[in-house]
Design a protein around this ligand. Structure first.
Ligand SMILES: *[C@@H]1O[C@H](CO)[C@@H](O)[C@H](O)[C@H]1NC(C)=O
Ligand SMILES: *[C@@H]1O[C@H](CO)[C@@H](O)[C@H](O)[C@H]1NC(C)=O
Ligand SMILES: *[C@@H]1O[C@H](CO)[C@@H](O)[C@H](O)[C@H]1NC(C)=O
Ligand SMILES: *[C@@H]1O[C@H](CO)[C@@H](O)[C@H](O)[C@H]1NC(C)=O
Ligand SMILES: *[C@@H]1O[C@H](CO)[C@@H](O)[C@H](O)[C@H]1NC(C)=O
Ligand SMILES: *[C@@H]1O[C@H](CO)[C@@H](O)[C@H](O)[C@H]1NC(C)=O
Ligand SMILES: *[C@@H]1O[C@H](CO)[C@@H](O)[C@H](O)[C@H]1NC(C)=O
Length: 493
């Protein structure tokens, strides 16, 4: 299975999150700690979540989370909202079956022989598994009192208040497309361009927050920075002292909120939430303008403040992008294999999103800029700014571009031939036209045939007209409703 397919599964999993809690409840019988020797398989009757460990407040539970009917993820959830805070096996899914089991023998182990899943904390010397009231799952050696392992060290897409996020960690959006990471003096959001197996992941930064160092400075040689959601209502970056080197305030800054979390979401935005006791409410967004998100209008889309269009002005925008969201070739990161061919699409008044974070070359003309891309099969597009001479070369598949009023900013984009052929709207319009023509021709031929037959039988003129109307109105009426249906179907996709 390719990485992309895992990501597609994850996206589906994510989309089904809100329904999971319908039948889950952390019963009072759920233990607060587990010892060596514990072993459990999922019950076939559980519809959503099967807890087997809870924290002292009963706000959080560790258990089997059922997804997509038959998939199993080992998860820590926030019980009241059913939101998963942490997943042990986000990319390698187990199946919900008797043969899948979790055990604790010093290591916490999840294994499923049918899908070859084997996930383990690989800890030795642990004797107790505990879920703390922070939602942190820890493996403890009670004799020495040491924490051998904690789930806080391998976050999924969520950071809870007071959870340390270090330079060796990443948050991944549930669809696997985006990640959050820390640099030496900044935090950044990245697009992870999935490329052919064997090649390294390409990361492209689309948002950057550099530490302002207002109250404390980053000192060289004093170690890496880390980030943490502070309960005073901000996302802080820290180095050595408890005084932050940077503060990104939430809307609830300096108000007491019951619980805060930060989450990297499927659209690539980083959002903060507080728990009201009933629901999660957004109190922070890293990216405020929709067009600054990495791909708000999908591939070959065009974003302006009011909505989405397609870069190709002959194509109507549909949710999921301008060429359908499922491209069989999307594992390929370039057009270098010999069977690949492409069309060129040009559009003026466009620029790349977050261009201040992109590298560029300076060329003396538009032709020179386009030439850099045309000759290079790992290039997907080039955008030229005639005012500055900046040439942005895109060495990854074209995502959403941003509209600008400045017509001297011109985009050159390569489009796979298969992608143009696949445009569902165009294909359906052609089908509808062919059907209309065929039906019209058969109606005319049929009409002429009937007329000739009636003429032969020497019937009255009035009768012929009447019958003709009756015969023709039927098919036309049906045709109208058929073509209408196919257009509706296009819209719905
Ligand atoms: C725990 O179980 C796993 C899986 O069966 C095994 O690989 C590991 O060696 C065991 N660890 C200990 C400490 O027994
Ligand atoms: C969580 O546990 C710590 C110590 O383990 C305790 O000091 C704190 O009051 C607890 N918080 C809540 C909300 O129960
Ligand atoms: C987070 O880091 C701070 C400073 O290094 C440390 O004191 C604290 O114990 C850490 N918290 C957790 C949950 O690891
Ligand atoms: C934890 O439980 C307490 C007591 O039931 C509740 O007031 C609080 O809102 C809960 N916190 C979360 C994050 O669910
Ligand atoms: C579409 O773009 C082409 C090339 O930029 C332009 O010539 C044409 O007028 C545009 N058509 C519409 C309907 O805007
Ligand atoms: C083609 O583009 C890639 C990515 O921008 C670049 O690394 C490579 O050097 C280019 N090759 C040539 C021959 O210009
Ligand atoms: C680009 O800039 C040059 C001079 O810098 C100017 O002559 C030319 O008309 C400009 N082209 C467009 C399309 O704006």
């Amino acid at each position: 299975m390719s990485q992309t397919h895992y990501f597609q599964i994850l996206l589906i999993l994510y989309l089904s999150f809100p329904i999971i809690l319908t039948s889950s409840s952390s019963s009072s019988s759920t233990p607060q700690l587990l010892h060596r020797g514990f072993s459990l398989s999922p019950h076939s009757k559980t519809t959503s979540f099967q807890p087997f460990l809870t924290d002292p407040t009963a706000n959080f539970s560790l258990g089997f989370l059922r997804q997509n009917h038959n998939h199993l993820v080992l998860a820590i959830i926030h019980v009241a909202s059913s939101q998963p805070f942490w997943l042990a096996n986000p990319t390698h899914i187990a199946s919900w079956s008797d043969t899948t089991h979790v055990s604790f023998n010093g290591s916490l182990v999840l294994s499923d022989p049918t899908t070859n899943l084997f996930w383990s904390t690989a800890t030795n010397g642990g004797d107790t598994l505990l879920l703390l009231n922070t939602s942190n799952l820890v493996i403890v050696n009670q004799n020495s009192g040491t924490h051998l392992w904690q789930s806080f060290d391998i976050p999924t897409n969520t950071l809870v208040q007071n959870q340390n996020f270090t330079t060796t960690m990443s948050l991944f959006s549930p669809n696997g497309l985006y990640s959050l990471g820390l640099g030496n003096n900044f935090m950044g959001l990245y697009v992870n361009h999935v490329v052919k197996s064997g090649k390294p992941l390409k990361r492209l930064m689309y948002w950057k927050r550099t530490a302002l160092e207002a109250k404390a400075e980053i000192e060289e040689g004093k170690g890496p920075i880390y980030a943490r959601v502070n309960i005073a209502g901000y996302l802080g970056m820290y180095q050595t002292s408890s005084t932050p080197v940077d503060v990104q305030k939430f809307n609830t800054f300096q108000q007491t909120s019951s619980f805060l979390m930060l989450r990297l979401e499927p659209d690539g935005n980083l959002r903060g939430y507080y728990w009201t006791g009933f629901s999660w409410v957004v109190n922070y967004e890293a990216i405020i303008e929709t067009c600054d998100l990495p791909s708000p209008c999908g591939s070959y889309g065009l974003c302006d403040g009011s909505g989405c269009e397609c870069l190709d002005n002959r194509t109507r925008f549909e949710p999921g992008g301008c060429f359908g969201s499922n491209n069989d070739n999307d594992d390929d990161d370039d057009l270098c294999s010999s069977r690949e061919s492409y069309f060129v699409l040009r559009r003026s008044g466009v620029e790349p999103p977050n261009k201040e974070l992109l590298g560029y070359l300076t060329t003396s003309s538009l032709e020179e800029c386009e030439g850099l891309c045309e000759k290079n099969c790992s290039c997907w597009g080039a955008l030229y700014n005639n005012g500055t001479g900046f040439c942005y070369v895109l060495d990854y598949p074209v995502q959403t571009m941003v509209r600008t009023g400045d017509g001297s900013k011109v985009g050159y984009f390569k489009m796979r031939k298969s992608e143009e052929g696949k445009n569902p709207v165009q294909v359906k319009i052609v089908v509808v036209i062919v059907v209309i023509v065929l039906v019209a021709v058969s109606v005319i031929i049929g009409g002429i045939g009937i007329w000739m037959m009636r003429l032969k039988r020497r019937k009255g003129v009035n009768g012929i007209l009447k019958d003709e109307n009756g015969a023709s109105s039927g098919p036309y009426k049906n045709l109208e409703s058929t073509s209408f249906r196919s257009i509706e179907m296009c819209n719905g996709q």
